[in-house]
Design a protein around this ligand. Sequence first.
Ligand SMILES: [Zn+2]
Length: 136
Amino acid sequence: MAEKKQTKEKKKVSLKKETEERVPLEKETEEKKETKKEVCEDRDCPIHGKLKARGRIFEGIVTRKFPKRIAIEFERSVYIRKYERFLKNKTRIHARLPKCMEDDINIGDLIQVQECRPLSKIIHHVVIKKIKGGGK
Ligand SMILES: [Zn+2]
């Protein structure tokens, strides 16, 4: 009796394995297709490309948007000794906008930007991430 039970259990296990194997394989192939479409081919992307982001990090609000490039602005205060007061100053930085973030980032968003190698005369920063969306 004991032997018969064992054989039955074995059969059940083998059946289960077959069904389990078939289902996840189909899912994996579907996921692979989806990821292939989303992969960004931008060479100057800090996540998918070869561009290395290093150096100082700044946070600012996007003021202008161009193809492959955005301009951010942020305020900083400078102390003036003669008047013992702070002066508000605005800094504007042009940053490379990778292809994978093109749709995600719009004017008015608060984003983070990091220094990289000079990509052009005015661009030496890359967009790293979006911190907060804009009002509209
Ligand atoms: Zn990318």
